[in-house]
Design a protein around this ligand. Structure first.
Ligand code: ATP
Length: 234
């Protein structure tokens, strides 16, 4: 059985329906990527899983338990942490203080502490007393990932890590992922950068207009199929 699953997941913003019966599955230790154009519903999928959107009965199972009615703090307590789009650091707090905020969702002991996060992203150790605003976009993204890891999550949900970052910075950030995976974490990555998504994931889901239009492994999906599932035409 998958560690995390959605079945026929729907989501609304007021009268506007953003998801139309989305099924995804994440196995223990696996990394999946969800790709799709702007507005496809990728962020809404993550917000639904993490309990930030609760407007219809949600069909979401985690570790053999129905979590579709839980609030965001309860979902975090169970071990699902989110790295939100746009990083959302507290600008007046230091790097270290921002990281420590992630500890509040902590369930027990695990791989992650300030020390192991500084090992993962050494530049953050040098800048640990700097305010969030003094960091580059890439460094802010590292803090956001570190903050998510501080709760020792079983599942890490990452929303558009590469947004607005230079390719070389994106590469540095994704270089950390093998180490994160080695701790046993299962990971969902939302990406608009298809090449990056294929590189980092075991399986890929493509979404368009609130539906999953294609799923497969990076090895088996052809560029043409991805293009069709992403844009709706060959
Ligand atoms: P993006 O890359 O732009 O974040 P996405 O695939 O993550 O795209 P979502 O953000 O999930 O897409 O948006 C799905 C649909 O829901 C879009 O049509 C979007 O306009 C709409 N939507 C998203 N957030 C809201 C909101 N807070 N209120 C109303 N509509 C929203």
């Amino acid at each position: 059985m998958a560690l995390l699953e959605t079945h026929g997941l729907t989501a609304f913003y007021g009268d506007f329906q953003a998801l139309f019966g989305v099924d995804i599955a994440l196995n223990e230790g696996e990394t999946i990527a969800v790709i799709g154009a702007n507005g496809a519903g990728k962020s809404t999928l993550l917000r639904s899983i993490s309990g930030l959107i609760r407007n219809v009965p949600a069909h979401i199972r985690f570790d053999a338990r129905d979590i579709g009615a839980l609030t965001a703090p309860d979902v975090l307590q169970l071990g699902i942490a989110m790295v939100p789009e746009g990083r959302r650091l507290f600008p007046s707090l230091s790097v270290e203080e921002n990281l420590l905020i992630g500890k509040y969702g902590r369930v027990g002991n695990g791989a992650w502490s300030l020390d192991t996060i500084y090992d993962l992203f050494p530049v953050l150790k040098d800048r640990r007393h700097h305010p969030g605003t003094a960091l580059s976009g890439g460094q802010q993204q590292m803090v956001a990932i570190g903050r998510g890891l501080m709760s020792n999550p079983r599942v890490l949900l990452c929303d558009e890590l590469s947004l607005g970052l230079a390719p070389v910075v994106v590469r540095d950030i994704y270089a950390a992922f093998p180490k994160i995976r080695a701790t046993g974490a299962s990971i969902v990555i939302i990406e608009q950068d298809i090449g990056q998504a294929l590189k980092v994931s075991d399986r890929v889901y493509c979404m368009m207009e609130g539906r999953v239009t294609l799923t497969g492994t990076p090895e088996t999906l052809s560029r043409e199929d991805i293009h069709a599932a992403y844009f709706g035409a060959h």
